[in-house]
Structures are given as C-alpha cells and as structure tokens.
Design a protein around this ligand. Structure first.
Ligand code: PGA
Length: 223
C-alpha cells in the first residue's frame, strides 16, 4: 500500500475547497485505474484540509475506503473548557489521520517534542492515527506512532526536494521499527515524484502540489 497525503495548510475558503472537491471527483470519475487502486488497497489518499473545511470536504468527496480525511494538527487538551481549541475526540467521527509535529508548528508555534508527545497521546486515545513529521534525528518519536514523514525544513515549499539517497540515509539514522510506515515530504511535485520509487518509501506528504486538484491527481497516478 502506498500513501499520499495532501496538506492544504492554511489555504482555501469554503468555495475554493468545494471547487477542489468537484474537480477532483470529476478526475476520479474518469479514471478506472485510479479508482481500482483506491478500492484494492493499492493506494490510500489522505486529504488534510484546515479545520473549518473538513466537514464540507467530507460531504462532497467521492466515497472510497481508501480516500479519507485527516487534520493538520490537534489540541493538546481533551474536550472541555479550552476556548478556540480542537480536541481529537471532537474530530474522531470526521477524520482518520492527524498530522503532528509539522516543522511549521515546531518553528512558528514553538511546539516541543513534549507537546507533540501529549498531542500524540490525545490522537491515539481518540482512535485516530498520528502521522508524525520529523526534521531529522533531533525529533523524538513518541510511542504508538506508526507513520513517520521525514520532512527536511530546507525542502519544504522551496522547490529543493531532498535526494533519494539522503532520504534513505535519514530513514536508516532514524532507526524506526520495521512496522513503521516511512513517508517523505518536501517539494514533491509531478516532475520529481518518480525519483522516489523505492520500496523503502511508502508515500508522500504534499503541500504546494496538493492545492491544485489537477496536480494532486497527477501525483496520485504516479505514486
Ligand atoms: P511542500 O510542503 O510540498 O510545499 O514542500 C510539504 C509540507 O510542508 O508538508
């Protein structure tokens, strides 16, 4: 099974999200091979919109067991009096996956490994699946994490995707358990995604190229 995760980040209003979904549905409708891949456990597509869009994307997107939604972050708190927060338990009927520890969270919002560990526990407690982003060996992997996305900050949003050799070297250094799913993220686009054809890399976390449904669809075809 290969995985491709769309990280829309803080982009799109409800109209733009609806247009993305309509276009992506149309592309899927025409493509029997991709539909088969989604139905037969060849590919899992995980779309991670901003919180305010999750509900409408969920209602609009074509239903496949391997086309699911995710969140881009989660509260460190459980449900309760925490104004402005989105606890994992309140999202558990809407999404399946939660991205944690993205380098933008770590650098812009000072998220420490300790905070990320607490968030991981909340996600697991709610029956959701954490996808932990790591920048390198300095980022610790909390217990229970089965999906790791290696995202070197210099490669994010810059067009300077990391080489396959360096990604595989980092995978080795991270010393992950054999059952961990290892993904790569950082300037993945339709021109470079084929460089990463390797049984060692199970999928991709995609930012910029996921904002356009046509580009994202092309990536889905090539994973
Ligand atoms: P990018 O973003 O594809 O725009 O580099 C990846 C990410 O930040 O997850």
């Amino acid at each position: 099974m290969k995985y491709i995760i769309a990280n829309w980040k803080a982009n799109k209003n409800t109209d733009e999200a609806r247009d993305w979904v309509l276009t992506f549905n149309k592309l899927l409708d025409k493509d029997i091979d991709l539909k088969e891949k989604l139905e037969e456990n060849g590919l899992k597509v995980i779309i991670c919109p901003a919180f305010h869009l999750i509900s409408s994307v969920r209602e609009g997107i074509r239903i496949f067991s391997n086309l699911v939604l995710g969140a881009q972050d989660i509260s460190v708190f459980d449900a309760g009096s925490y104004t402005g927060e989105i606890p994992a338990s309140t999202l558990s009927n809407m999404v399946k996956y939660v991205i944690l520890g993205h380098s933008e969270r770590r650098s812009l919002f000072n998220e420490s490994n300790d905070v990320i560990q607490k968030k991981t526990a909340q996600v697991l407690k709610s029956g959701l699946v954490p996808v932990l982003c790591v920048r390198g060996t300095e980022d610790t992997v909390p217990p229970g994490v089965e999906f790791i996305a290696y995202e070197p900050p210099h490669a994010i949003g810059t067009g300077n995707n990391e080489s396959l050799d360096n990604v595989l070297a980092m995978k080795k250094n991270l010393n992950l358990s054999p059952s961990t799913h290892f993904l790569y993220g950082g300037s993945v686009n339709e021109k470079n995604i084929t460089f990463y054809k390797s049984s060692e890399i199970e999928g991709f976390l995609v930012g910029t190229s996921s904002k356009d449904p046509h580009l994202f669809y092309k990536l889905c075809l090539q994973v």
